[in-house]
Design a binder for this molecule. Structure first.
Ligand SMILES: Nc1nc2c(ncn2[C@@H]2O[C@H](COP(=O)(O)OP(=O)(O)OP(=O)(O)O)[C@@H](O)[C@H]2O)c(=O)[nH]1
Ligand SMILES: [Mg+2]
Length: 456
């Protein structure tokens, strides 16, 4: 994070601003103190791209020079990663979203060597290990000429502890003196995981490695529906999608797209409207809709238009339920009430410290939800003048000490493993975490109403 002394003057295009490199402050409403803004994760897709959350995250791990980057190039058939015989060539996790057959849409992640040393090396190792928190399938590259090392065994232990399916790619098999690889194989005294002999030089084993990755990528976990399980064939669902300056040009954002798809899968009808035409849309229906789903930002106005008898919820609440995090986030939002109570009891109470975390790195517009609207709303709701820190992309602080609350975006750009890790990480440090949509519903006084459709 940047310190107060490093702050730059406000800049409306800070995401792409060449001079500030995305670290300058934005103006926010008076009375709200904002002391850090950090934009990170240039490799991340944006809200407008294919969802990263739905891609299988494949991480390549191993010691320095094991042949990780070469394997990535061989597996993808592209020159994606820099390769050299200098140990420690890859210094930061590198992510690339792509279609990898037969696995399908994937996010390939190259990592720095897990045995790196020195002050910088240790930072790189921490980053490589952090990748494990979002890895769905791990590939451990083991240099066939050196065999399995202590660091490799530690990695295997971590895969098993975190229940990450993995395959061991015995790399550089073309250099092996022992043609059948028996000596090296003898060092792989593993009870689980698969071993594939590979050579990025000759292409040996690369096809088999891809097949193995695809097999491991098949998740045994049952898929949770977004809304389809609450609907019956022929139901009409009204979706409210504000088209304001923060809407992506010419398309809908992912939670909206995915919800429409789920409604269609349920054999129901999706009627999509802006909040400005909602009243008219409802009046055109012969009967009240089965449900109205709105963008959280339009909650206030939509709740006034939709009769109490019609179930109303939001995209973010449905997405949190879809990912199994809703209950924890509803509990997390109670922290806003505790802040309000503290202020009611003692108007001079210490103002809270809040982290606003956004997993994507979309270009921020005026009146941005995360950096402008939410801070303003929290200030108004609690009566306090909180201090806000902001992180985005892959960045999520290791040390959350000192925060009273984390307000997280819906997280459609990170996968379930990463979201679950963030929630566990916050809980382990005793910090409440909730998402934008749940927090907004709470602050607008309609959280109970928005949760009711999920229990009917
Ligand atoms: N002969 C042969 N050389 C290989 C093979 N795979 C990698 N190498 C060589 O091994 C060296 C290290 O390869 P990299 O792919 O950069 O290894 P890495 O694990 O990504 O290394 P770091 O990024 O430094 O951690 C390079 O000189 C590669 O050309 C292989 O299958 N056969
Ligand atoms: Mg490398």
């Amino acid at each position: 994070m940047i310190s107060a002394s490093e702050r730059k003057p406000p800049c409306l295009t800070f995401r792409i601003c060449a001079s500030c490199k995305g670290t300058c402050e934005r103006s926010v409403s008076p009375g709200i103190a904002v002391h850090t803004v950090l934009m990170k994760g240039p490799q991340m897709a944006t809200l407008n791209d294919v969802t990263s959350a739905d891609r299988v995250h494949i991480g390549f791990f191993g010691v320095r020079n094991a042949g990780k980057s070469s394997l990535i190039n061989a597996v993808t058939g592209q020159d994606l990663a820099v390769v050299s015989n200098v140990a420690g060539t890859t210094t930061d996790p590198v992510r690339k979203a792509m279609e990898l057959l037969p696995a399908g849409p994937v996010l390939i992640v190259d990592t720095p060597g897990i045995d790196d040393i020195g002050e910088l090396g240790e930072m790189r190792v921490r980053k490589a290990k952090r990748v494990l928190d979002s890895t769905d399938v791990a590939v451990l590259a083991v240099d066939a000429t050196r065999g399995m090392m202590l660091a490799d065994r530690e990695l295997v232990a971590l895969f098993e502890e975190k229940q990450i399916p993995y395959v061991i790619a015995l790399a550089k098999c073309d250099l092996e003196t022992n043609a059948d690889g028996s000596e090296v194989a003898a060092t792989l005294d593993l009870t689980s995981g698969r071993v594939v002999r590979t050579s990025s030089e000759t292409g040996e084993g690369i096809h088999e490695l891809k097949e193995t990755i695809a097999q491991l990528a098949k998740s045994p976990v049952a898929e949770h529906r977004i809304v389809g399980d609450l609907l019956e064939v022929g139901d009409v669902v009204v979706l409210v999608v504000p088209i304001d300056e923060s809407a992506p040009k010419g398309r809908l954002i992912l939670p909206q797209q995915n919800t429409i798809r789920d409604i269609l899968d349920a054999g129901a009808f999706a009627l999509v409207t802006k909040e400005t035409e909602l009243e008219q849309a409802l009046s055109r229906l012969a009967a009240p809709p089965r449900m109205v789903i709105t963008d959280s930002q339009a909650f206030g106005i939509v709740a006034q238009i939709v009769p109490e008898s019609v179930p109303l919820t939001s995209f973010s609440i449905l997405m949190a339920r879809h990912r199994g995090t809703l209950d924890a986030q509803v509990d997390g939002a109670d922290e806003l009430d505790r802040m309000k109570e503290r202020h009611d009891v003692d108007p001079d109470a210490q103002p809270p410290h809040i982290l606003i975390a956004e997993a994507c790195t979309h270009h921020r517009q005026c009146n941005d939800i995360g950096t402008v609207k939410l801070p303003r709303m929290v200030g108004n709701y609690t009566g306090m003048t909180p201090t806000f820190d902001f992180v985005s992309g892959n960045e999520f602080p290791e040390d959350l000490g000192g925060y009273d609350l984390i307000l997280h975006c819906g997280g459609c750009m990170v996968n379930d493993r990463e979201m679950a890790w963030r929630a566990r990480h916050a809980a382990s440090q005793g910090v409440a975490l909730t998402n934008y949509g749940v927090a907004i519903a709470k602050m607008k006084g309609i959280l109970d109403r928005s949760l009711a459709p999920l229990h009917s």
